[in-house]
Design a protein. Structure first.
Length: 430
């Protein structure tokens, strides 16, 4: 990703120096295991650790000739280490290094993403509690439905990101495998005990069966999980964008002093951060497709997946990290307008209480079809003529016959819709 949409914490995981440090660790840990099992002389790993030096420019120069990144790396290390370097990479293949490193990098990035979700969950919980009794209108199809609270709205996102946290933790667990199994995964020239040793040192698990590579369904699951999280983030960002529309204006992004909304129109305050999150979410979702296509490789391996992963590994994790941090800031600094919420809720003069009236009529013995018909008839007068819904119902003969004025008035109490807010939040925020 470009620096504009990158944070150092995740971006540095994918920098060449971190990658080569992991490669060196893998080679040294493998050498330590081989020493332990008397495959190579003692002291090799210590000498390699002491004498080795990662020189990225030198590695790049060698690769221009060898056209092979792992060989270029090993050659550059050998130049500094000397004779002991011949014991490195014994019985190993390039994928042992590349795949184990890639999985470790995904695990490192995944842990930061998990921390990002924790921050967002904390913010959403705080805001859900703060606005749990702030009445606003619920909408279906973009049209006024029935009252909800703004805290309840936010709690739906809290619950969704709790599920995302579990998904991510499971995806990190699944991706955290190590393969040191040799050319086609048979351990012909290196034993499983070496793999087990290296895996433990790296905080990974041995891959139960590898062909020459770690199976790519693991990676597909990881990138699909990132795509799900991005979609959840976009859902919340889209809600903010809708609520900030001029004709709605129930909530809006914080607009700082000196901030400019438009080069042409000085009055503009646009939901640019939420729009940015929407765009970045599209990118993260797009990486799930090549992730799944990477599952299908020829025989024991080919490298069609390699170029894909060199792109989507950094881009997906860096982008998702950036958008989650941005989303958290949007929610934390969100400007909420309860009075506008109340005004919008009352905009159509009581229409939102239609269901309660219809149900009460059925409880009084009116057929549902007749109850629906009389309530809808009076509702349409409000839609078409801007007449007060309550007053129209009060004048209706069928209503008068079945409901007292007191009973009808009670059906227009907005607090009726808050009865179970604490119950719902108690289930979600525990």
């Amino acid at each position: 990703m470009i620096p504009r949409y990158s944070r150092k914490e995740v971006a540095q995981i994918w920098e060449p120096m971190n990658k080569f440090k992991i490669w060196l660790d893998i080679e040294i840990f493998a050498a330590q295991a081989m020493e332990k099992y008397k495959i190579i002389p003692k002291g090799v790993a210590a000498k390699v650790r002491k004498k080795s030096k990662i020189n990225i420019k030198r590695i790049d120069d060698i690769e221009k000739k060898t056209k092979h990144d792992v060989i270029a790396f090993l050659t550059s290390i050998a130049e500094k280490v000397g004779p002991e370097a011949k014991y490195l990479h014994q019985g190993m293949t390039s994928s042992d290094v590349l795949d184990t490193c890639f999985n470790l990098q995904l695990k490192q990035a995944g842990k930061i993403l998990n921390q990002d979700i924790d921050k967002l969950l904390k913010t959403l919980k705080t805001k859900s509690i703060k606005y749990k009794n702030t009445i606003t209108i619920g909408r279906s199809h973009g049209i006024h439905a029935e009252p909800v609270t703004f805290g309840l709205k936010l709690a739906t996102y809290y619950a969704e990101f709790k599920r995302n946290k579990k998904r991510l933790e499971q995806a990190i667990e699944e991706i955290s495998t190590c393969a040191i199994s040799g050319a086609v995964g048979t351990f012909a020239h290196i034993g499983p005990n070496i793999e087990k040793f290296v895996a433990k040192k790296l905080g990974l698990k041995p891959e139960p069966i590898s062909t020459q590579i770690i199976p790519r369904d693991r990676h597909a699951h990881f990138f699909n999980t990132l795509a799900l999280i991005a979609s959840s983030a976009e859902r919340l960002a889209t809600e903010v964008r809708h609520l900030q529309k001029t004709e709605v204006l129930e909530a809006e992004e914080y607009f700082s002093s000196g901030q400019k909304g438009s080069s042409a129109m000085p009055h503009k305050r646009n939901p640019v951060l939420s729009e940015n999150i929407t765009g970045l979410a599209r990118l993260v979702r797009s990486y799930s497709i090549p992730g799944m296509e990477n599952i299908v490789l020829w025989h024991e391996r080919d490298i069609s997946h390699s170029s894909v992963e060199r792109n989507i590994g950094p881009d997906a994790t860096v982008t998702l990290d950036f958008l989650l941090i941005r989303l958290n800031n949007v929610v934390a600094n969100l400007v909420v307008h309860p009075k506008t919420m109340e005004s919008n809720l009352n905009k159509f003069k009581g229409l939102i209480f239609s269901q309660g009236v219809m149900l009460k009529l059925t409880q009084k013995g009116v057929k549902r079809e007749d109850a629906y018909k009389v309530v809808q008839k009076n509702a349409m007068k409000t839609w078409d003529k801007n007449e007060d819904f309550y007053n129209n119902l009060k004048k209706d003969k069928l209503i008068q016959k079945n409901l007292t004025a007191k009973e009808l008035k009670r059906l227009f109490d907005v607090n009726y819709h808050k009865r179970y807010i604490n119950h719902i939040l108690g289930r979600v925020l525990k």
